[in-house]
Design a protein around this ligand. Structure first.
Ligand code: UFG
Length: 324
């Protein structure tokens, strides 16, 4: 099949491009390279293009005539979204609207969307089911929730078919070490811990030790990027086989506290790096854990790497041998 991937040079997109390529699909990546890396695109062609450029987008989509689209291109930092909301509504919402309009012009009606657990805000029920109400508490989560609403309306109005995947905490790297996470600045827990282990940072700060959790630190559902990429493959197959529009949580269904992740990283790296306990980071919920039964049961998703030490091991291998 011919699959168009926006943001295919980014962290998650590049792992999906790799799996699509390995499965023999013809892939075209669109990326503006604002945060992505051209070396990360292991299969297919790369078209350097910003989704705000509707004319050029139209031309690319016309020439490629894809069977489905996977849309990763987005800005992803919660704190930045609070400081610069317009960037998020432009990049994540308005540019997605451009893309959707052009897809409609060319009759492309299968779409996989990168959504986020941030659409839930501070959920009332944990593990979180897809039926939990959407109460995003920052512009990042709102910019993604807007798109989910647009997709639902399109599906009802035009017979457009989409799958929205709500990612929990994505981590790890290609087990063969070819691609991995490379954000600048980095804000995510596991890469920051590993930069500390490597000696690039003075210490790792634990944001908050007074949460209502067993050890007082926040709990997250860390999912290996390879398993997340595979969720995109099963979602694609589902849509190509005539599946209806739907929304799925992507996580393992259980979490680790910040302290547990720090301890696991000490074990994996063999390095006793410095840790500092500080105040909570504003806007961080205590516990975010997915109920993943819908993805497992409806799409027959079979995760392979549900193991925090393995996740950290692949991320550590990448951190030590980064290609970009
Ligand atoms: N944390 C620290 N120290 C750090 C960095 C993070 O203690 O230096 C803690 C955070 O407070 C949080 C946990 O580690 O409790 C994980 O933090 P991350 O920044 O790695 O990830 P988040 O859970 O904040 O964010 C992730 C995604 C977002 C998405 C969000 C959904 O990266 O894109 O989940 O709520 F919006």
């Amino acid at each position: 099949m011919k699959i168009l991937v926006t943001g295919g040079a980014g962290y998650i997109g590049s792992h999906v491009v790799k799996q699509l390529g390995e499965k023999g699909h013809e892939v075209l990546t669109i990326d503006n390279l604002s945060t992505g890396h051209k070396e990360a695109v292991l299969y297919g062609k790369l078209e350097i293009l910003d989704l705000s450029d509707k004319e050029k987008l139209r031309e690319v989509i016309k020439n490629f005539s894809s069977d489905a689209v996977m849309h990763f291109a987005a800005s992803i930092e919660v704190a930045e979204s609070v400081e610069n909301p317009l960037k998020y509504y432009r990049n994540n919402t308005a540019n997605t609207l451009n893309l959707l309009e052009v897809l409609q012009e060319f009759g492309i009606d299968k779409f996989i969307f990168s959504s986020t657990a941030a659409v839930y805000g501070e959920p009332e029920n944990v593990p979180i089911k897809e039926t939990e109400s959407l109460n995003p508490i920052n512009p990042y989560g709102k910019s993604k929730a807007f798109v989910e609403n647009i997709l639902r309306n399109m599906s009802n109005a035009y017979g457009f078919k989409y799958v929205s995947l709500r990612y929990f905490n994505v981590a790890g790297a290609d087990p063969e070490g070819r691609i991995g996470e490379s954000h600048n600045p980095e804000t995510h827990l596991i890469p920051l811990i590993l930069k500390t282990a490597k000696g690039e940072r003075e210490n790792i700060k634990i944001f908050g030790t007074d949460y209502p959790t067993p050890d007082g630190t926040a709990i997250r559902d860390y999912i290996h990027v390879e398993d997340l990429a595979n969720a995109h493959i099963v979602a694609l197959e589902y849509l190509l086989n005539g599946g209806e529009s739907d929304v799925f949580n992507c996580g393992y269904g259980h979490g680790y506290s910040v302290r547990e992740v720090v301890e696991a990283a000490k074990k994996v790296t063999g390095i006793d790096f410095p840790v500092e306990e500080t105040d909570r980071r504003p806007g961080d919920p205590a516990i975010l854990v997915a109920d993943n039964s819908k993805l497992v049961n409806n799409l027959n998703w079979k995760p392979k790497y549900d193991d925090i030490e393995y996740i950290i091991k692949t991320a550590w291998n990448w951190e030590l041998n980064k290609k970009f």
